[in-house]
Design a protein around this ligand. Structure first.
Ligand code: FAD
Length: 103
């Protein structure tokens, strides 16, 4: 969500913490994408910042709806697909730590 990210990053006085409706500390400015942290219901409302393309796209659509006057809450399961060194990695959910590293 380029315009929201840019608007928030331009103002040094703004916090990037967003509500479940993606409103920033300045009510008229919404935050979405990599720049935003928000309460994730899947993580029992813990504030998260997740840098995935799918989530940036989804948060942008929620912020856009709320900018248009709705009261849409973030309610999603984050996921990303990626290719690393010829291997397909498919991650779904929220995992703040890990059990093991496989080389
Ligand atoms: C190397 C790399 C690999 C990745 N691979 C994956 C992957 O495999 N799968 C996946 O899901 N995600 C991946 N990601 C993460 C994904 O790219 C980001 O989560 C997503 O692009 C975030 O979108 P965004 O709109 O929030 O931010 P961005 O895409 O970073 O867009 C922000 C925009 O704001 C502009 N901007 C910044 N400051 C200003 C300003 N002051 N004024 C005007 N414009 C400004 C920037 O130029 C930029 O165009 C990868 C990221 C990187 C860096």
């Amino acid at each position: 969500m380029t315009w929201a990210s840019a608007a928030v990053s331009r103002s040094r006085s703004l916090k990037r913490k967003a509500s479940t409706h993606l409103r920033s500390s300045v009510d008229s400015i919404l935050a979405a994408g990599d720049i935003a942290s928000f309460p994730l219901s899947l993580a029992e409302g813990r504030r998260v910042a997740i840098g995935h393309w799918q989530l940036a796209h989804y948060l942008g659509s929620v912020a856009g709806r709320n900018a248009a006057g709705t009261q849409t809450e973030v309610n999603t399961v984050p996921f990303f697909w990626t290719m690393q060194y010829g291997k397909s990695v498919r991650y779904t959910g929220y995992c703040p730590s890990f059990d093991d590293i496989i080389y």
